[in-house]
Design a protein around this ligand. Structure first.
Ligand SMILES: Cc1ncc(COP(=O)(O)O)c(/C=N/[C@@H](CCC(=O)O)C(=O)O)c1O
Length: 425
């Protein structure tokens, strides 16, 4: 049962007693959300720790936020576009809600070559997180949803907000209407689909956040076949695809038949350092149809045109520069820098005899602490070493007994963090 917002609640909480309440009822779905969104919660813990230890040199390996400067070939392109806006000739107002066609085509050429994806199937956005929310508006409240457990919390939290998730079951830590596909080291981070219930939508992130596992070609082939057999739609999140260095697929569209069952969302955040610049995209293939045969792309286009006025033209100019040969090469160097960080972190935890996953095809290291609550491990590491990580249970019940460690950081901090961990764990 959710806490009723009674006068007692206000008297016992940090909120002042309201002088006046409106007659507007609260969205019941918002009441089903459990605590705050994970990442602001971690930021709050960080602030509390800093207040308690003002002189501590905190190292942030929690929220997956990039730290290295964006190559100037890309920032110069954005600056040039920005300056051009101050001229009559260079000024541009509203662009196409779907994005600049040159950028849409460049993304198709760069990431979906030979997969039959065209620029007009790619919708440019202000980031994958926004696209997840707009996709939820598209899907509505009457669909059933499956997620990997553990996985990026936005899939579940947006499902709750739009009313797909049903009641939260305290005893299991799960929402009644969501299917949690357990992904753990024992099953090579891929669910047993033969025992997985059918759902309309399957959110699937690869490389997975937080485990760092990149699904194999065989695993994704099973997933596409499963979706086809069940008449489901896969929402495939490839935000970390640029970190893959083995033969694992970078896009779901490498799998035959995926165009008829999958939407793909992705982002410039993690491969271009655009976490604060804000640029992403969503692919909706023409062949993807609802049960009545209506093309999904037509409805998504309507959502984009109605709910979004397009990504910034300055940022899209930066996106184009990212995909130029020199731009992408410069970004490759930054990605390799983070990948080296991940290797240093993996080696440090392994030297402590801990079971470590991830860190190879993703900038996240997934460390197991058998028998321990992940929030307790998070709190102990923070208290003892002034290192911020993320408790695995923040990504779903399947994440308990784990912490996620981000490889996004300056090398000297990563090395210092590993030294502290070796001394204190
Ligand atoms: C699988 C996955 N998909 C999308 C996003 C967000 O992408 P953008 O909105 O494009 O920056 C993320 C971002 N994750 C970060 C930041 C989380 C946040 O602050 O929302 C993290 O897990 O630490 C992600 O992991």
């Amino acid at each position: 049962a959710t806490v009723p917002f009674t006068m007692d609640f206000f008297l016992s909480s940090r909120w002042p007693v309201p002088r006046h309440c409106t007659e507007v009822s609260r969205n019941v779905n918002m009441e089903s959300l459990q605590s705050g969104y994970l990442f602001p919660e971690i930021s709050m813990r960080e602030s509390e720790h800093i207040r308690k230890h003002p002189d501590a040199r905190l190292i942030r390996l929690g929220i997956g936020d990039t730290t290295q400067p964006i190559p100037d070939i890309i920032t110069s392109a954005m600056a040039e576009h920005a300056f051009a806006l101050s001229t009559v000739k260079g000024y541009k107002g509203y662009g196409a809600e779907q994005g600049n066609m040159a950028l849409r085509t460049a993304i198709a050429d760069k990431f979906y070559k030979d997969m039959g994806i065209e620029g007009d199937e790619i919708f440019i956005s202000d980031g994958a997180q926004s696209d997840i929310s707009r996709l939820q508006m598209l899907l509505g409240s009457n669909v059933t949803v499956a997620v990997q457990d553990p996985s990026f919390p936005a899939y579940i939290d947006t499902s709750v907000i739009v009313g797909q998730a049903g009641k939260f079951l305290k005893e299991t830590g799960k929402y009644r209407n969501i299917v949690y596909m357990n992904c753990r080291p024992e099953n090579n981070f891929f669910p047993d689909l033969s025992t997985t219930s059918r759902t309309d939508i399957i959110f699937f992130c690869s490389p997975n956040n937080p485990t760092g596992h990149a699904a194999t070609w065989q695993q994704l082939k099973k997933l596409v076949e499963f979706a086809k057999a069940n008449g489901s739609i896969i929402v495939y999140d490839s935000a970390y695809a640029a970190y893959i260095t083995d033969p694992s697929p970078r896009s779901i569209y490498e799998i035959p038949g995926a165009r008829e069952v999958a939407i793909e969302i992705s982002s410039f955040s993690k491969f271009a350092g655009f976490t604060g610049v804000r640029l992403g995209w969503t692919v909706v293939p023409e062949e993807l149809r609802y049960s009545n045969g209506y093309p999904v792309i037509k409805d998504f286009n309507r959502i984009v045109c109605t709910c979004f006025n397009g990504a910034s033209n300055i940022v899209q100019a930066g996106g184009l520069a990212c995909l130029s040969p020199d731009g992408f090469q410069a970004l490759r160097t930054v990605i390799d820098y983070y990948k080296e960080n991940a290797k240093i972190i993996v080696d440090a935890f392994q030297s402590l005899g801990l079971k470590v996953n991830g860190g190879k095809n993703a900038p996240y290291v997934w460390v197991q602490f058998p028998g321990s609550s992940s929030w307790d491990v998070f709190a102990e590491i923070l208290e003892k070493t002034h290192i911020l990580t993320i408790p695995g249970s923040g990504f779903g019940p399947g994440g308990n007994e784990h912490i996620r460690v981000s490889a996004f950081g300056h090398r000297e901090y990563i090395s210092e963090a590993c030294r502290r961990l070796k001394n204190f764990l």
